[in-house]
Design a protein around this ligand. Structure first.
Ligand code: DHB
Ligand code: FE
Length: 279
């Protein structure tokens, strides 16, 4: 059967990818952030999964406002880095796992989650930056990836509670696979940030710390955080944190925190990273 061996939460700030791609990771602005990623990369090397499920959001790269899908699962053999307006990042193409992805999407739909199925979906910084953060610069990504894309761009996004339930269903779907597969699930985006309007630049370390603590100690209480609370406490783009709730739902009831890194700011964002294993 499939087995979820760990969950990772991480920000996906595009400037983090750009700093790596342009050789700036050792500059004074970036070094403290990247130093904090080293233990996470070490852990990743020692815990290489057979496949990763990466819960992320598209930022009007693969989809435009013409089509807004709430939950989309990528079933292709390969996903190309998206052109985000200044050309695609020069990172490896992302290999998929079609057989496992079709199994997951079938199980989820039969379980009542009406997923959209993507045969062709370029992946933007929302997915490639977390891969870069966890794996550094590589010629080939070390494991195949199943992208699970969530709408957090256009109101109404799914609630954190619904995301938590999707994560639980995803866990069951993983475990119903008839081949032995070790799976790591990423929840990406966040933490607190606001890119627009009067509060542009807003960051809230108290909220972020409460959220990181809650992932281990009391995820059910995080699942009841409303859209309004995310908006007020984490900024308008802080709503990306609902994607971490899918990751958390896919973990067991009891988890242990293996590693945490929190750094303010990375570009306009409070950058967080957490690694959870089942207790
Ligand atoms: C930034 C953060 C994001 O999550 C994003 O999608 C784009 C930009 C930023 O902090 O600059
Ligand atoms: Fe984002």
């Amino acid at each position: 059967m499939g087995k979820i061996i760990a969950g990772i939460g991480t920000s996906h700030v595009p400037a983090i990818g750009a700093a790596m791609d342009r050789g700036k990771a050792n500059e004074p602005y970036w070094k403290p952030l990247f130093d904090g990623y080293l233990p996470a990369r070490e852990w990743m090397k020692n815990n290489k999964p057979d496949v990763a499920i990466i819960v992320y959001n598209d930022h009007a790269s693969a989809f435009s406002l013409e089509l807004i899908s709430t939950f989309t699962l990528g079933v292709a053999d390969e996903f190309l880095p998206a052109d985000e307006g200044y050309g695609p990042r020069a990172v490896p193409n992302v290999k998929g796992h079609a057989e496992f992805a079709w199994h997951l999407v079938e199980q989820l739909i039969l379980d009542g989650f009406d997923m959209t199925i993507a045969n062709d979906m370029p992946v933007d910084h929302g997915l490639t930056v977390p891969l870069s953060i966890m794996n550094g610069e590589v010629d080939v990504w070390p494991y195949p990836v199943i992208p699970l894309c969530v709408n957090v761009i256009q109101y109404p996004p799914p609630t954190g509670g619904r995301c938590f339930m999707l994560g639980k269903a995803l866990r069951q779907a993983v475990e119903a696979f008839d081949e032995d597969l070790n799976v790591v699930i990423f929840g990406t985006g966040g933490m607190s940030h606001q890119l627009q309007g009067q509060r542009a630049g807003f960051i809230n370390p108290e909220f972020d710390t409460m959220f990181l603590d809650g992932l281990t100690k009391d995820p059910a209480s995080l699942a009841s955080i409303s859209h309004e609370t995310y908006m007020r406490e984490a900024g308008s783009e802080g709503i990306e944190l609902v994607m971490w709730m899918i990751m958390r739902g896919a973990m067991g009831d009891n988890v242990k925190e293996i590693y945490r890194h929190y750094h303010v700011p990375a570009s306009n964002t409070a950058a967080g990273l957490i690694i959870l294993e089942n207790a």
